[in-house]
Design a protein around this ligand. Structure first.
Ligand code: HPA
Ligand code: ZN
Length: 349
């Protein structure tokens, strides 16, 4: 199963509340929603060889990660299946169908353009296809969205800058830039110039930090990149002064419980600091990261953390409210989502 965490039974009313919550997903990589079956279907459509003999083999490999890097190796290899604009649309729509089943009402997904442009895929096909999928998903399911373009930190900062320039025709369709991939050995400071330029072009900024990297990297990310949210950020819990800083400045942390256990950031779910961060007044949220690889979508993450930490209805409500508040949705959309949350917490439909 998902983890070796001691499994506590979820009380019926808590499970029902999690079902009802209007969910806002702030940390999901579209490439990380590529289920093995879709990867193999697209690879066959495009005549692309895949690194495993079958979808089942790929699924088995996805059970055996021991670190962020061992995951990223499989994740980047599977991306070879994504070639055409239609592929990116299909990927996005497949995610939104699952998200809708989980009660997601608004999503701000990441994509990694460099993973595709470095293979010769046109950035217009990547962004255009994703936007096609997001628009169709809003028509079908009413899920609103804001798209985040992430830079790969294991590549040179100059490459991030080139990518920002290449995306210029699309910037008014993006909401933010992000920073992901291998954290240890790839600090935030070299990306400060590109992030400043992105902000001057009207984009918000978010960045991964404090996943495999220590608490100090969360502080350095706040200082160097002026981010509105820290993706993961959970290792900040190791530094009480930093926890106070996060509570005071109100920066949102986008935690991903199943991902953290799968990639061994924590040995078991009950070691997650999500409740401690919440108690300390930090704006922490629950998200899925790479759900095709980590054993479940956002609802599974809510259920796993609620069971392991014995979260109350009020605490689940605060997690959901933090996600609405920390999103880049318009004030009007946030009001709608808060109204839906109030109904869910009152027990209504
Ligand atoms: N961390 C860093 N980079 C990533 C991740 C992650 O969890 N998922 C996809 N790219
Ligand atoms: Zn991530």
């Amino acid at each position: 199963m998902l983890s070796d965490a001691p499994r506590r039974q979820l009380a019926g009313p808590i499970a029902a509340l999690i079902e009802r919550l209007p969910k806002v997903e702030l940390h999901v990589h579209l490439e990380g929603t590529l289920e093995p079956e879709l990867a193999y279907e697209l690879a066959a459509r495009n005549g692309i060889p895949m690194p495993y003999a079958s979808a089942a083999e790929m699924r088995r490999a996805a059970m055996e990660f021991t670190s962020l890097q061992s995951f990223l190796d499989v994740y980047y290899a599977a991306c070879a299946a994504l070639v055409t604009r239609a592929d990116f649309r299909d990927l996005t729509l497949a995610y939104l169908e699952r998200a809708n089943a989980d009660g997601v009402r608004h999503v701000e997904p990441f994509f990694d353009p460099q993973t595709h442009t470095d293979r010769g895929v046109a950035i217009d096909d990547v962004i255009g296809g994703i936007l096609d999928g997001l628009a169709e998903g809003e028509r079908r399911y009413g899920i609103t969205s804001g798209l985040i373009m992430s830079f790969l930190r294991h590549l040179p900062p100059e490459a991030a800058d080139v990518t920002l320039s290449a995306a210029e025709p699309w910037l008014d369709r993006l909401v933010a830039v992000g920073l992901d991939s291998s954290e240890v050995g790839f600090p935030p400071e070299p990306f400060a110039g590109t992030f400043a330029r992105a902000r001057s072009l009207g984009l918000k900024a978010v960045a991964h930090a404090g996943e495999e990297g220590e608490a100090e990297l969360v502080a350095r990310t706040l200082d160097a990149l002026a981010v509105s949210r820290v993706d993961h950020g959970v290792r900040a819990a190791e530094d009480p002064a930093l926890v106070r800083r996060l509570a005071e400045c109100g920066v949102t942390l986008t935690a991903c419980p199943n991902s953290n256990v799968r990639l061994r950031v924590f040995p078991t779910m009950d070691r997650s600091p999500i409740k401690r961060l919440l108690d300390a007044g930090v704006a922490v949220t629950v998200n899925s990261d790479d759900p095709a690889y980590f054993g479940g979508y956002i609802g599974d993450n809510y259920r796993a953390i609620a069971a392991a930490l014995g979260l109350t209805a009020a605490e689940l409500g605060r997690l959901a409210a933090n996600a609405i508040n920390g999103s880049f949705a318009s004030a009007e959309r946030k009001r709608e989502l808060f109204d839906e949350l109030a109904l869910a917490l009152a027990g209504g439909e």
